[in-house]
Each structure stands twice: as structure tokens, then as C-alpha cells.
Design a protein around this ligand. Structure first.
Ligand code: ZN
Length: 273
């Protein structure tokens, strides 16, 4: 599933291709995505110019010159790319937005867990979310972070996956962050010292920054907004490596199920104090 670094890569790739382009028309498939598209939205999109493209958590927000916003979530297998109009349409393409320079913004999604919707403004959209979105994981206030960790009886994996604490961290980067911070993901928030919590906060930021520099991890169908794959999968320390040797200490990596997700860790590097 694309997480923050993959979504950020899509946004960075799309920005030069999409900025200042006018959406001239659109086509869509009749197959339902996770959220339903409303035909009444189309008048708010057509002939509008894209003035900004940004990421919030794992969401892609394409802001139009009427301040409204096209909201995209890649779900598990979503691909959001700009291609020349003559490019053959691939199977599982659900949305095509024609742009004013013979290119098209296309949304393709094999498993259809993603969505493309519209909202009158970014603030209206954010208020409408079922789950409140916490701050972006870069430059999180250490006191804010500590406040959410120190009283929590949930384990670190669950805390990292909670989008209301920080937005954008999923299974891959939660495991990688715990490894980088040398913390056992089964530990409860209440068991951490302030310096351990700080180590985790910094590890999340570092792991995500390095992953963005590598264009994210290509696992399953993820591609960036220009169709290029990511390379961070070559640098994964623990995610998907249960039963293999730790790159640091050569112990066999263990896996457990936490917060409903397979979680891989090194029993030596991430030993409890
Ligand atoms: Zn190790």
C-alpha cells in the first residue's frame, strides 16, 4: 500500500506536469471505487486551472482556481499519472482528466480501494474526514509527541499507525522506524522514557526522508506520477524480511501481529531494556 513517501513522490512528479494546466473534459469508468463520484461535481472541475498540488498524509490534493480540490487516495494499487493523450489507455483506468496541452491525468486502480472525489475547499475536506488527521511527521513538536506516547497503553506499532497522532505512516515505515530507533514495536507507550520517545520521533522523520529521496518503495503496483518505480525497497531493514538475517547483528528477524498487521523486528537490536 502506498504510504507517505510514495504519495509524496507521486505529488512531486505530478507537480510540473499538472501545475497551471486546465482540465478541459473528463471520462470515467462505471466501476465503483472506495468512494462514489458525483456527476454534480463535474461543473466545478471542468475549465478550471490546477493552481497547486500537495500531499496531506496519504492524500493527494489538486487545488483548482475556484479554491475547490480534487482529492485522490491511492488505496492499495492506485496509480495517478500524467501521460500524452495518444498513450494507449491501460486496463483498470477509472478516471481520465483531459488537459489543455494534449496530455491526460489518469487514475488507474486494479483493486479499487482508492478514490477520486471533489470537495469545495481543503478545509471542508479535512473537516469531513472520518478520522482526524494529525500533523505531518516532519518537525513534529517533541512535547506534542511525548504527550501522545507517555499515557498510551497501546503498543508502538499501533501508535505509529494512528493517523490522528501523525499522518502518513503505514505498515512499512512503522516497522522501519522502530528498527531505526532500536525499540521493540510491542512496547507500550507508557513504558517509554522521554529520550526513547524522542528517538522514535526522529527515526520516523529520518526513515521517511530517506524513503522520499529514494522515490519510495515499489511493492506491488506502485509507480510515481511519471511512471517511474521507487528504490527504497532495496534499503528496507526489517519490513518483509521475517526469517532472514538482521543486516546489523545477523540475528534472525522475528514477526508478530500487532494492530492487525504483520510486524517484523530484530529481537537483539530492538531488545527491551
Ligand atoms: Zn539486529
Amino acid at each position: 500500500m502506498p504510504e507517505l513517501p510514495e504519495v509524496e513522490t507521486v505529488v512531486r512528479d505530478l507537480r510540473p506536469l499538472l501545475l497551471n494546466r486546465i482540465i478541459t473534459s473528463m471520462k470515467r469508468s462505471q466501476k465503483p471505487l472506495r468512494q462514489k463520484w458525483s456527476k454534480s461535481w463535474e461543473k466545478n472541475i471542468l475549465q478550471k486551472k490546477v493552481i497547486e498540488i500537495q500531499r496531506r498524509g496519504k492524500w493527494i490534493l489538486s487545488k483548482l482556481d475556484n479554491q475547490s480540490v480534487l482529492v485522490t487516495h491511492l488505496g492499495m494499487t492506485g496509480q495517478f499519472t500524467v501521460v500524452p493523450s495518444i498513450h494507449p489507455k491501460e486496463n483498470h483506468t477509472h478516471f481520465i482528466f483531459l488537459l489543455d496541452n494534449q496530455t491526460e491525468l489518469r487514475y488507474r486502480d486494479i483493486r479499487r480501494f482508492g478514490s477520486v472525489t471533489w470537495s469545495p475547499s481543503i478545509s471542508v475536506w479535512e473537516n469531513s474526514l472520518e478520522e482526524k488527521l494529525g500533523p505531518e511527521p516532519f518537525g513534529v513538536d517533541p512535547e506534542y509527541w511525548w504527550k501522545h506516547i507517555k499515557h498510551s497503553k497501546r503498543n508502538l506499532k499501533a501508535l505509529l499507525l494512528d493517523q490522528s497522532i501523525v499522518a502518513g505512516v503505514g505498515n512499512i515505515y512503522a516497522d522501519e522506524s522502530c528498527f531505526r530507533a532500536q525499540l521493540d514495536p510491542r512496547r507500550l507507550g507508557t513504558s517509554l522514557s522521554k529520550s526513547e520517545a524522542e528517538r522514535l520521533r526522529i527515526a520516523v522523520e529520518e526513515v521517511l526522508t530517506i524513503a522520499i529521496e529514494s522515490r519510495g518503495s515499489t511493492i506491488r503496483n506502485y509507480v510515481g506520477g511519471s511512471g517511474l518505480q521507487g528504490e527504497f525497497q532495496e534499503q528496507l531493514q526489517v519490513y518483509g524480511r521475517a526469517g532472514q538475517c538482521c543486516f546489523v547483528c545477523e540475528s534472525i528477524l522475528h514477526h508478530v501481529r500487532l494492530a492487525g498487521r504483520t510486524t517484523t523486528f530484530c529481537p537483539v537490536c530492538q531488545k527491551r531494556p
